[in-house]
Design a protein around this ligand. Structure first.
Ligand code: SOE
Length: 386
């Protein structure tokens, strides 16, 4: 069976999720499209790179991503770094003819994302953006039911992504609160996951009208750049400026006539990974909550009048990706499995030569929508998308 050598740039939280996927993908999906070989991991210091390589099972470690992406024995470059380095690494990897998977959001701004898309357009690289949540079987099932016209023409999409890891004003100033590194706050970090759902399930955006707000303007600086996601740090440390949004709400007009809304915050006490959508169509409705990720709520207008209301479908062998996952629905999946499925689809794309979705073009379009939301949040006007 074909083997593909992976160079993973970044050995933090996302590196862990991707390494798990490389190890497990062939265990779940067999025959695998190709076997991922965890060849080399790159991190900021030699000690961090060595730790990542021991822990995540890579053969080698390095601190020099530039040399690594040029290596002839590397097939896949996997970008798991903070947002400000995505473009430089991806463009170098595209020039070296590598296949590329990049963590979301693709870039800090629409323009930066466009330069990444231009670098891969027309070339031989297979490219993917890691919006893994659309690969939750229940979400893929929603798309299948929509494609099969089971809920008719879509009228409305209502999505949320609510977390609370940044609600504490003493939570450390991670890079996710700094515009020059992250690009934006909640809009880019988690709002883009819901934008991805909305495009996947409903279609292209025509215009947005948004409100954005920064609730906490200063936070304790943290020692080192490691992402602490709201924990640790020294609450008495000198404070630094937060220059990104903490919360966003947007109305949406879709090109196909549907309307919708998205709300996202990382300051909603009590909400952990409350990533949801509800889609209303002319023949039925679908609802999903990632905190109950094995379930899709469905309602079809032809349901018997005395049994009307949402019912729960548990995803398992009968639904998308079911052949590779656990054999009984309620055995359930977790965050790791969404990354395993993502890895499977990416390797499948490399093997067939057909670009997967979401790819860098989708990542660029999502970044343009994020820019439009931020612009509308500033001006208070509707912003049309080209
Ligand atoms: C922090 O908000 C974060 O780690 C996001 O960056 C991820 O994309 C999301 O999956 C979990 O939360």
């Amino acid at each position: 069976m074909k083997k593909l050598n992976v160079a993973m740039i970044g050995g933090g939280f996302m590196g862990k999720a991707h390494a798990l996927a490389y190890a497990a993908m062939p265990m779940f999906f067999w025959p695998a499209p190709a076997i991922p070989v965890r060849k080399i991991v790159v991190d900021v210091t030699e000690a961090m790179a060595a730790d990542a390589s021991d822990r995540f099972g890579f053969e080698e470690a390095s601190t020099d991503w530039r040399a690594v992406v040029e290596r002839r024995d590397i097939d896949v470059v996997d970008i798991c770094t903070p947002n400000n380095s995505h473009a430089e690494i991806a463009i170098a990897a595209a020039r070296a003819g590598k296949h590329i998977i990049c963590e979301k959001p693709l870039a800090r701004t629409g323009d930066e994302a466009r330069s990444m898309y231009e670098a891969v357009k027309g070339g031989t690289s297979i490219h993917m953006v890691a919006f893994n949540y659309r690969r939750t079987p229940a979400v893929a099932l929603a798309r299948k039911l929509i494609d099969e016209d089971r809920i008719g023409e879509i009228l409305n999409f209502r999505g949320t992504y609510l977390q609370d890891w940044s609600a504490d004003p003493d939570a450390p100033l991670s890079w996710r609160f700094q515009k020059d590194i992250a690009g934006s706050g909640t809009v880019g970090d988690i709002g883009t996951h819901v934008i991805d759902f909305a495009r996947y399930l409903v279609g292209e955006f025509a215009a947005v009208s948004a409100v954005t707000k920064t609730h906490i303007h200063e936070r304790p600086k943290q020692a080192g750049g490691v992402d602490k996601l709201g924990v640790g740090g020294d609450r008495n440390a000198e404070r630094g400026k937060v220059d990104v949004d903490d919360e966003m709400l947007t109305m949406i007009r879709f090109r196909n006539g549907a309307i919708g809304s998205i709300e996202a915050t990382r300051n909603g006490w009590g909400r952990n990974n409350f990533l949801t959508f509800e889609v209303h169509g002319t023949k039925g409705s679908l609802a999903f909550n990632y905190e109950r990720r094995d379930e899709l709520q469905v309602m079809f207008k032809d349901d018997a009048a005395d049994a009307r209301g949402f019912r729960t479908v548990y995803t398992g062998p009968a639904q998308p990706y079911g052949e590779g996952l656990w054999p009984i629905p309620a055995l359930g999946i977790g965050y790791g499995e969404t990354k395993i499925i993502e890895c499977y689809d990416f390797f499948q794309a490399i093997t067939t030569g057909e670009q997967p979705s979401p790819n860098f073009e989708d990542g660029w379009r999502i970044s343009m929508i994020a820019d439009a939301i931020l612009k509308s949040g500033k001006t208070g006007e509707w912003v049309e998308l080209e």
